[in-house]
Design a protein around this ligand. Structure first.
Ligand code: NAG
Ligand code: NAG
Ligand code: NAG
Ligand code: NAG
Length: 292
């Protein structure tokens, strides 16, 4: 393990000169307003609206995951304008997503025509909607608006929000072109197709090379979470230790997850990097699979 850490360190230094090539990418995706009427997706904007099956009926066993990014803002305020079902069994939840990980921020409590507020104190939020097998109802309308204050503790980001469908194995590498950047906070989400409760996402991390010190202390890290719908407080559970992980040696055998425990409705990976040196990044494979 020591020997490989030395190699990684020097590789990281050698390639760190090229880090600004992808900087512009972040500027291009910023929008003032973004809408979604589909089950899950990525909304990068200062303001936006999710209207999911508002005047229709959702089905049993749905899982939808939206990633909301309000670039370099300190928080995002949400307003549930309308919600056509009773909470407890089915629900819309807000999650705070920061460099420390994912934590629950709000659970919209019940069917209402009176708007209900919720907020996260981070520039990234995850919104989840799930239904269980028995109940069905009408959907919801949820709007959001970033708080005006800015937070430049991170300078770069890139977000992915994917759906797994079909049984073929999909491989994904982050970043596509070496290396990742300094002061970066990026997210990757993959969730199962909705309305198919017997199928789930299976994911392995096949390669992980982030910067770490000679002593073996991680400087850049990923956090890995899996999501299983339910009534419990923590639908998101961390697969990685609290401090995150940074090298393949820490996830060997590959995070064969969630096959080892359960198969999950979704997997989320957060990349958090410090202000100097970079590394190769990570590679993973996932597929849509049947629950055992
Ligand atoms: C999003 O939805 C709102 C409200 O329905 C609408 O006023 C606005 O034009 C939409 N914006 C975009 C970018 O689609
Ligand atoms: C939601 O509201 C209904 C009727 O208004 C009530 O019967 C139910 O207990 C409420 N559920 C929760 C979780 O508060
Ligand atoms: C966001 O919500 C918080 C907490 O309710 C509130 O203090 C703040 O004024 C809100 N900000 C905006 C821009 O609406
Ligand atoms: C994950 O790894 C296990 C064990 O090597 C393998 O059986 C499975 O097919 C892999 N799944 C994916 C999606 O790569």
């Amino acid at each position: 393990m020591r020997a490989s850490s030395v190699v990684i360190f020097f590789v990281a230094v050698a390639i760190s000169g090229k880090t600004f090539a992808a900087t512009l990418k972040n500027d291009v995706v910023q929008k003032r307003f973004a809408n979604s009427t589909s089950c899950g997706g990525l909304l990068t904007a200062e303001e936006g609206l999710i209207e999911y099956k508002l005047d229709g009926n959702y089905q049993a066993d749905e899982v939808c995951i939206w990633t909301i990014r309000s670039p370099f803002r300190t928080g995002i305020n949400f307003t549930m304008n309308r919600m056509g079902f009773e909470a407890q069994f089915d629900g819309v939840k807000l999650w705070r997503v920061s460099k420390y990980g994912i934590s629950r921020a709000h659970y919209f409590s019940n069917r209402t025509d009176v708007p209900e507020e919720g907020y996260v104190t981070s520039s990234v939020a995850i919104v989840t909607f799930h239904s269980i097998y028995s109940v069905q109802g009408k959907g919801f309308s949820l709007s959001f608006r970033a708080t005006p204050d800015t937070d430049y503790s991170f300078k770069h980001f890139e977000d992915y929000n994917k759906k797994a469908s079909g049984s073929e194995v999909v491989t994904f590498r982050y970043p596509e072109n070496l290396p990742y950047q300094n002061l970066e906070f990026s997210t990757f989400t993959v969730s199962r197709n909705t309305g198919d409760p017997d199928n789930n996402v299976e994911l392995n991390i096949t390669s992980l090379h982030l910067e770490y010190e000679f002593s073996g202390i991680c400087k850049d890290i990923i956090h890995v979470y899996y999501f299983r719908r339910g009534m419990s407080y923590n639908d998101f559970s961390s697969v990685t230790p609290l401090d995150g992980v940074c090298d393949t040696s820490q996830v060997v055998p590959p995070i064969y997850h969630p096959g080892y425990y359960y198969k999950a409705d979704a997997i989320v990976i957060l990349l958090v990097t410090d202000e100097q040196n970079t590394g190769e990044g990570y590679e993973l494979s996932y597929r849509y699979t049947t629950r055992n």
